[in-house]
Structures are given as structure tokens and as C-alpha cells.
Design a protein around this ligand. Structure first.
Ligand SMILES: Nc1ncnc2c1ncn2[C@@H]1O[C@H](COP(=O)(O)OP(=O)(O)OP(=O)(O)O)[C@@H](O)[C@H]1O
Ligand SMILES: [Mg+2]
Length: 183
């Protein structure tokens, strides 16, 4: 098996050894998720459930929902049409909330993700955000490349990406972590 390509949080996997206080995993069929309102409904539900025990549940839920929505939208948008479902996993550790998606992508899509990872590694997030904004002023599709950078810059989000070749497709894990103090 080829070695996985790892970025960010996947290079510091210590957290995986800790037991989460709350954890749930959802398999979402692409056939029903390709409508964005379903995406919003799912994100709101997961965020509401997760934020019930926080001191400001509405504020926490709104932020979590934005993050979950971005990750789910990406997992759907960049999934291979040969794939049938994506997975969303949410874990609440003592001081951290972790949101993870798993999807399968084609070679070409995965190359774009690798290029994106390279940009993330070589530039400061602030500079990359500004240069993406400039690049995008011409674009009209929904691939503007600022979704994750916005979350990183605005909400102190930590990001991890893991790419593993699986037969003809690539298994993509995207993980985002937030400190509960920031919620
Ligand atoms: N789950 C994923 N699978 C494969 N590639 C991904 C995934 N998530 C992100 N990417 C890649 O990372 C890039 C950055 O993602 P990001 O969410 O920041 O931007 P976007 O989805 O292109 O546009 P926006 O979110 O601003 O509408 C994407 O353009 C895509 O190439
Ligand atoms: Mg996006």
C-alpha cells in the first residue's frame, strides 16, 4: 500500500489515543445529500446536538454548523461519482471538538487537493487568503478556494488532511479541530 500523504493535524496524531467524551459517526448517502439544503439541515442537527452542553449553546451551534457545513459540502463536491457516500465523524474531547469527513476522490481532484496542501504549507494563511480572493474575482463557480481558509483565519481552526490511494480512487480525510475555550 502506498504511504498516505499527511498535512497538519495528521502529523500530530496524539489526540487519537485519548477517549472522546462524546462521539458520533454518520454515513451520508450522496444521492440524498447533493441538495445543499440537506447539507444545511444535517450540519444544523449535528451542531445543535453537540453544543447543548456549552454555556452559549446558540452561538456555539451556529459556529459549529458553519464548520460542519463547509466540510460536508467539500466532501460532497469533491467526491468521485463512483462513490456512494461520505462519512462525517464528530468527537468531543475534554478541551477540543473534532470534526472529520471521509470521501473518495478521482485522481484529478486529488491532484488539486495536493496543490492546495502545498500552498498551505508554503504560505501564511493570511497571505494565501488574500491571494485567493484576488484570484477569485474572475470566477463564478463554487470552487473559490477560500472556504477552509476563512474558517482557519476567523475561528482559529486547526486543519488536517490525509490522502491515501485506494485502488482507482483516493480516500480523503479532512479533520478540523477547535478548542472548546474558543466556542
Ligand atoms: N473533501 C475534499 N476532497 C477533495 N478535495 C478537497 C476536499 N476539501 C477540499 N478540497 C480541495 O481543497 C480546496 C480548498 O477547499 P475550500 O473549501 O477552501 O475551497 P472551495 O471548496 O474550492 O471553495 P469555497 O469553499 O470557497 O466555495 C478545494 O478547492 C479542493 O481542491
Ligand atoms: Mg469549500
Amino acid at each position: 500500500m502506498q504511504k498516505a500523504l499527511k498535512y497538519g493535524l495528521y502529523n500530530q496524531e496524539t489526540r487519537e489515543k485519548e477517549d472522546p467524551e462524546l462521539s458520533f459517526s454518520f454515513k451520508l448517502p450522496l444521492a440524498i445529500m447533493n441538495k445543499w439544503d440537506r447539507c444545511g439541515l444535517t450540519s444544523n442537527f449535528l451542531a445543535n446536538y453537540q453544543s447543548a452542553t456549552f454555556p452559549q449553546p446558540e452561538k456555539t451551534s451556529s459556529l459549529l454548523s458553519t464548520i460542519i457545513n463547509e466540510l460536508i459540502e467539500n466532501a460532497i463536491k469533491y467526491s468521485s461519482s463512483a462513490d456512494k457516500q461520505i462519512t462525517v465523524i464528530i468527537k468531543h474531547f475534554q478541551n477540543t471538538i473534532q470534526i472529520k469527513t471521509i470521501n473518495f476522490a478521482e485522481e484529478e481532484t486529488t491532484q488539486k487537493l495536493k496543490t492546495y496542501i502545498l500552498k498551505l504549507s508554503e504560505n501564511s494563511h493570511e497571505n494565501l487568503f488574500l491571494s485567493q480572493l484576488e484570484e477569485n474575482s474572475q470566477r463564478e463557480d463554487n470552487h473559490s478556494g477560500i472556504g477552509l481558509l476563512t474558517l482557519i483565519n476567523d475561528h482559529n481552526l486547526k486543519l488536517g488532511i490525509r490522502i491515501q490511494k485506494e485502488d482507482a480512487l483516493y480516500e480523503i480525510h479532512v479533520k478540523a479541530e477547535l478548542e472548546t475555550n474558543d466556542l
